[in-house]
Ligand binder design. Sequence first.
Ligand code: FES
Length: 115
Amino acid sequence: MFSTKIKWVKIAENQEGLRQQLHSKNCQPIVVNNIGCLLIWHKEAFYLVKNKCPHQGIKLTGAHCEDGFIVCPWHRYGFDLKTGRGAGLYLENYPIEEREDGFYAGFEYFSWFGE
Ligand code: FES
């Protein structure tokens, strides 16, 4: 028997810490939980997505955001930043949660036998 759980990983002490990781850009590659991700600032919100386009598995580095979508620089497919959906594909995305002691990103994993 398995269930899906979320591992929360602290990614910044505060909002300023998140902004510093962006290096004055709106879309910056970072590694979290040993996963290559893109940290994104778009329409007054932070997003974290996997830095791997689901179309052909190429890095999304160099992508830009429009109207709530991240647009791949290679074939211009767009993926919803909140759901990851786009072009019949799914871009892995990770929730960002603000807590009293900082910002955390959530990574789903399967847990066997209630572990
Ligand atoms: S590789 Fe991203 S849209 Fe084709």
